[in-house]
Design a protein around this ligand. Structure first.
Ligand SMILES: [Zn+2]
Length: 143
């Protein structure tokens, strides 16, 4: 029995490898896309996101929008200081992470093709997420 399992395992891996290598380059890149883990420090009643610059560059969004989103969701104020985001109040890493995951889902990832190649456009007072890969778009929640 044990031997059989190994054989199946190998076949499955080989199949998976073949499937992945036959994917178009663009799609493979999208699969690898992920937000880096958020690094925070708590100091003097404030929460600082240390790797803010890195996060912003991966998100490819205006940092003011991301900060405003965090401010509104946490009900506090924040500012950018020396490439870091400083938020008034002490917030757990897990809470910030959850909010950022929501941000990615709502404002970055295309709902149709699942790729991160989208743009946020403001039209008639509404924010629209438009995908540059497949052309899909939708109105997103107010930031
Ligand atoms: Zn798309």
């Amino acid at each position: 029995m044990g031997k059989e399992k190994t054989v199946i395992g190998l076949d499955y891996n080989a199949m998976l490898e073949r499937a992945i290598s036959s994917l178009p380059e663009e799609l493979r890149k999208a699969e690898e896309w992920a937000l880096p883990p958020i690094e925070i420090i708590h100091e003097g009643g404030r929460t600082t996101i240390v790797n803010w610059k890195n996060i912003i560059s991966v998100l490819n969004r205006d940092e003011k929008i991301v900060l405003r989103f965090l401010e509104h969701r946490l009900g506090t104020v924040g500012w950018i200081q020396k490439g870091r985001a400083v938020i008034q109040g002490v917030y757990k890493k897990s809470r910030i992470n959850k909010l950022m995951e929501f941000f990615v889902k709502e404002y970055v990832i295309c709902d149709v093709c699942g790729r991160p190649h989208t743009k946020l456009i403001k039209e008639k007072g509404q924010w629209i997420k438009k995908c540059e890969a497949c052309g899909a778009w939708r109105v997103v929640e107010r930031i």
